[in-house]
Design a protein. Sequence first.
Length: 122
Amino acid sequence: MDIVMEYLRAFLVGGAICAVGQILIDRTKLTPARILTAYVVAGVVLGALGLYKPLVEFAGGGATVPLTGFGYLLSSGVEEAVDKRGILGIFTGGLSSAAAGINAAILFAFLIALIFKPKDKS
């Protein structure tokens, strides 16, 4: 029964985060790129303030998979790197913590580009 609750919390929190994004797309003149940026920045700010970690502990993947989770990953990586390396950690921590995800995105984009023929939208 505990695993069911874990999935339910992840679904509800992740769904709520995505629903807010959809509402912003439908009801405002914000572009998807601006909403994406706002989500990442919100994750960084909430992570830096220590407010996002309790949400991650509560919702698991429902809080770490959306774009706010990427911002949280960046801020927590910077925090850990500053503890280990001092001020230099500000510049290295975010990318170090997100390196696997960034590399996977680049690799899979490259593989898809090899399989399919990319074209301009026009």
